[in-house]
Design a protein. Structure first.
Length: 136
């Protein structure tokens, strides 16, 4: 396979797998940490209103979903890539960071969570994914 095609495939697989990990963890999080009474997260508007009832523990699974989804996507992108492994892993981190910024803009939430999530869940995890892929 040509290196450019392999690199494109690496990014596509990284985005797909990272998004899947994120989705599974967010979905499973409600089973582990039940939503507050009366919370409706099935619509954007319902989520915006329900997030006001969330306690700090309710933000644990979204943070882990964002961090581990980015880590998995970046790791796979770096592992599959023919060249520029670290850069492609960081590209996954940047793309997921853009998604995180969009989510903060759409849903709001406490500022402390937005800062922790945007600073620690994306670029550091992409860097770690690249490092782990290099060491294996």
């Amino acid at each position: 396979m040509k290196p450019i095609l392999k690199n494109v495939l690496a990014v596509i697989v990284g985005i797909f797998v990272g998004s899947a990990v994120n989705l599974v963890l967010v979905s499973a999080g409600h089973a582990v940490i039940p939503l507050p009474e009366g919370a409706d997260v099935s619509t954007t508007e319902g989520f915006r209103e329900s997030i006001k009832q969330f306690t700090p523990i309710h933000f644990l699974t979204p943070f882990l979903a964002h961090a581990l989804g980015t880590l998995a996507g970046a790791f796979l992108a770096a592992k599959i890539a023919a060249s520029h492994n670290g850069k492609l892993a960081m590209a996954i981190g940047v793309l997921f960071l853009i998604g995180g910024i969009a989510a903060v803009a759409m849903f709001g939430g406490p500022i402390w969570f937005a800062i922790v999530d945007l600073v620690f869940a994306y670029l550091p995890m992409a860097w770690l994914g690249a490092r782990l892929a290099r060491n294996r």
